[in-house]
Design a protein around this ligand. Structure first.
Ligand SMILES: *Cc1c(COP(=O)(O)O)cnc(C)c1O
Length: 393
């Protein structure tokens, strides 16, 4: 049977994926490729991981029936509350899983990249808990605009190293982290923060985030008597919260899959991050996928009001859903996301992350049947975005 859920043994989702890394990284990447499934599926690993998810992260997160929102859009809307996780978003599911995996592989030193600082904070948190050395690469520009998260990482004991090349943002931080990994291959594990990077990272991260849809299934069954919703919606930066939300539904043809990308100022404005609309086949950060690039392969600077969606690529899992039309992609502009963030706050009393607001904004673009069950992933909380929100009041 054709599956959208996992890659083939070479790490391909259809034509996307694979592992395109410098030769010096082969041993590291191959070590992971050969061992990740056996380790993370082992009883010992699962016992420790599930215990932490429950007692440390605070899972299961609620599946909340949003009555007011449902009334407004005349359909049945449930919110999967990843914003209620420890550290405020879904990223901790993956950071903890990979930190545990690193320990099992005998690595004591962790590196990670971060854009807005959310993945950096989640990684620094996991490292503090598990007693691992933590180095976070972050663009110099991002360090300046995300001061509270930089402070959190430092307080958690991480070393934050500025990436000073290129545009001094996320993609430059990824390049620095990859360089570090090459130089410290035997001691170090690189915790990639989304379903991107060379195989097996997209699959590894998707599996750690798949707890989101695993919970949706039993929670929806409890609440409505059925496991499968009619529609699932999530925002896509690299694609990890979306992969987790879609994971147990992509091979269920009755479930509609909807992804929301950051349109920025508009798809054709030159300031956008809508990769499935603007991207072409290319290799970025170790895997073949859709990439926003010029005809001669220079990466185009993305733009989004939300730092977490401001990425010029998309994971191979999602590129494959897009090209096969298994998922419907919407491009949501900055202003549309802002409007939805204020709406949710005012009618449900929940301040969402700007990223998550892109998923909510799909409700303005597409209507659903009165009895249809629509599950939206609320990937994170809005505390980090208060400055942006307050500037719009
Ligand atoms: C990082 C982040 C995202 C985007 O990352 P994905 O890998 O696409 O999930 C979305 N929402 C929040 C709250 C984030 O912190």
């Amino acid at each position: 049977m054709k599956t959208y859920r996992n890659p083939d043994e070479d790490g391909y989702y259809g034509e996307f994926g694979g592992a395109f890394v410098p030769e010096m990284l082969y041993p590291n990447v191959e070590e992971l490729q050969h061992n990740y499934l056996e380790i993370i599926e082992s009883e010992e690993f699962q016992e420790e991981y599930q215990d932490l998810l429950k007692n440390y992260v605070g899972r299961a997160t609620p599946l909340y029936f949003a009555k007011n929102l449902s009334k407004k859009y005349n359909t049945q809307i449930y919110l999967k509350r990843e914003d209620l996780n420890h550290t405020g978003a879904h990223k901790i599911n993956n950071a903890l899983g990979q930190a545990l995996l690193a320990k099992k592989l005998g690595k004591q030193r962790i590196i990670a990249e971060t854009g807005a600082g959310q993945h950096g904070v989640a990684t620094a948190t996991a490292c503090a808990l598990l007693g691992l050395e933590c180095i976070i690469y972050m663009g110099e520009v991002d360090i300046a605009r995300q001061a509270p998260n930089v402070g959190r990482m430092k307080m958690l004991g991480a070393t934050v190293i500025p990436a000073t090349s290129g545009s001094k943002t996320l993609k430059d931080a990824v390049n620095e982290a990859l360089r570090d990994w090459i130089n410290n291959a035997t001691t170090t594990h690189y915790i990639i923060g989304s379903v991107v990077g060379p195989h097996p990272f997209p699959d590894l991260v998707a599996r750690f985030q798949s707890v989101i849809s695993e919970e949706i299934k039993w929670q929806l069954k409890e609440k409505s008597g059925r496991e499968n919703p009619d529609v699932v919606i999530a925002c896509v930066g690299g694609g990890s919260n979306a992969a987790g939300t879609f994971y147990h539904f992509v091979d269920e043809p009755s479930v509609k899959i909807i992804a929301a990308e950051a349109g920025g100022f508009g798809i054709h404005s030159g300031k956008s991050a809508a990769t499935t609309f603007l991207g072409t086949l290319g290799v970025l950060h170790g895997s073949k996928s859709l990439v926003m690039q010029t005809a001669d392969g220079q990466v185009i600077e993305p733009h989004s009001i939300s730092a977490g969606l401001d990425y010029p690529g998309i994971g191979p899992f999602h590129a494959n859903l897009s090209i096969n039309k298994r998922a419907e992609f919407f491009s949501i502009n900055d202003e549309e996301a802002l409007k939805s963030a204020f709406e949710l706050t005012q009618i449900e009393g929940i301040i969402p992350a700007l990223e998550s607001a892109h998923a909510l904004a799909v409700l303005e673009k597409k209507s659903f049947g009165k009895d249809e069950v629509v599950v939206i992933c609320l990937s994170g909380r809005g505390d980090k975005d208060m400055e942006t929100y307050l500037s719009k009041l």
